[in-house]
Design a protein around this ligand. Structure first.
Ligand code: F0G
Length: 428
């Protein structure tokens, strides 16, 4: 399979711009990065990846084995492995890597850290991709940005588009997007189209619109989005290493379109190429999907090279209600070549994990809690050992989906407007 963990370093082809080029992961065709708008390979329609002749070491990011002070952190700290030095920024990245000791004890692993991407400016990891994607859009001179979305991408696109002074259009599956996300897209001035179909149908349409030149596509099919998202991997590895002197054994993450899985795998491969990470130190990428939307889990379990599109998908974790993960050709090698796996969890397991995280003070939306639900399941069935150091990625903030939070939490108790009555009520 393509995209091996230890591919040799390449020299920049003549089409490269400042050491950066696009390369097809299927046929290897190489393209100039900013000469024309291209989302997939012109020769074979395979997925494109952004390539650099010399990916930097951790030292070259200026860390010297330490995590720098706050003003120097975030996505653009890693500019040496991004296509530009700065972008349209709010700013993004530098999210907390929480300890969660009670959860660690109840699940039974050696170490547990929670990388809470819900602490980004719009409340989800998407901001990391958008800061780069919108910068590229400016380079290409496009004026209308668009995406299909289960909600978070639309919120990020709207906010970063607004920041960059650009027009935005978002296609959402009708009735299946959490309230906080639509509110964000709306207030940040995106034009919102509600499609009578699921996310995959929305993505089909917006890809058509992009192919016809109506819009610039900023879904994670756009290889530049994943460049920003790979900084999640850099931050996890750097901070975990600074605290513990080695890298985590495993990173567990929710999977929808499989963009993050692909982006983390790319971060690892670049660090191996640079010499900052040994192949045997690479964390096992472990993907979690909802039982009602689990084509990646199906492919991993069957040892398949490609996913089968699920036409009908359902889960309470609407952010990952996706049946056709477009980044599967990048993400499946990532899971396999790192020795990871994939697992499906039920909606009730997701809600239980959302409560568990909330009990540590970490507020996440349902899709995010899937990572912790998956860890618990894989630990219970012995796939994950008690001696492992694990990082779970939580991708979106609790307030993204207030209805799910209300449903998972306890109801408010009505009391009279009287102190004595309140004390009596408390004693009941
Ligand atoms: N978690 C959250 C909160 C998400 O919003 C998404 C994807 C994922 C996980 C899955 O990440 O696609 O990289 O595997 N949301 C997209 C959206 C699809 O439109 O907001 P992935």
């Amino acid at each position: 399979m393509s995209l091996s963990l230890t591919a040799p370093a390449q020299t920049a082809p003549s089409c490269a711009d400042d050491g950066v080029w696009l390369e097809c992961i299927a046929c290897g065709e190489q393209f100039a990065p900013f000469e024309e708008i291209m989302y997939t390979c012109r020769a074979c329609d395979g997925l494109l990846e952004v390539r650099y002749a010399n990916p930097p070491t951790f030292e070259e990011y200026g860390s010297d084995g330490r995590v720098p002070d706050a003003p120097d952190r975030g996505v653009w700290r890693y500019a040496a492995s991004l296509p530009f030095d700065e972008g349209v920024s709010l700013p993004e990245g530098d999210t907390p890597l929480h300890k969660a000791p009670r959860l660690r004890d109840s699940i039974g692993v050696n170490r547990l850290r929670i990388k809470h991407e819900g602490m980004n400016p719009t409340g989800a990891f998407k901001d990391r991709g958008m800061t780069v994607g919108v910068r590229v859009a400016k380079e290409l001179g496009v004026d209308r940005l668009a995406c299909a979305s289960t909600g978070n991408t639309s919120a990020a696109l709207a906010a970063y588009g607004a920041r960059g002074g650009m027009e935005t259009l978002v296609l959402l599956p009708k009735g299946k997007v959490a309230a906080g996300k639509i509110a964000q897209a709306s207030l940040h001035n995106a034009r919102i189209l509600e499609v009578d179909g699921n996310f995959d149908a929305c993505l089909d349409i917006v890809q058509e619109l992009a192919a016809r030149g109506e819009v610039y596509l900023l879904n994670s099919l756009n290889p530049f989005r994943l460049e920003g998202q790979k900084t999640i991997g850099f931050e996890i590895l750097e901070e975990f290493h600074a605290d513990h002197g080695h890298y985590p054994d495993r990173i567990v993450l929710p999977v929808g379109n499989a963009g993050n899985t692909a982006a983390l795998y790319k971060a690892f491969r670049e660090l191996i190429q640079a010499g900052s990470l040994a192949p045997e130190e690479v964390p096992k990428l472990t993907g979690v999907q909802a039982e009602g939307a689990a084509p990646m889990v199906e492919a991993v379990e069957n040892g398949a090279d490609a996913i089968r599109r699920w036409e009908s998908v359902e889960t309470r974790a609407t952010a990952i209600r996706i049946g056709n993960p477009v980044n599967a050709p990048k993400a499946l090698p990532g899971i396999r070549n790192t020795g990871g796996t994939a697992v499906a969890v039920s909606d009730d397991e997701i809600t239980a994990a959302q409560r568990d995280l909330a009990g540590e003070g970490i507020g996440v939306e349902p899709a995010s809690a899937a990572s912790v639900a998956g860890l618990r399941k894989l630990r219970s069935n012995g796939t994950i050992g008690a001696d492992e150091d694990v990082v779970c990625l939580t991708t979106g903030h609790l307030l993204k989906d207030p209805d799910a939070a209300f449903a998972a939490g306890d109801d408010p108790e009505p009391v009279p407007n009287d102190t004595e009555a309140v004390i009596e009520h408390l004693a009941e």
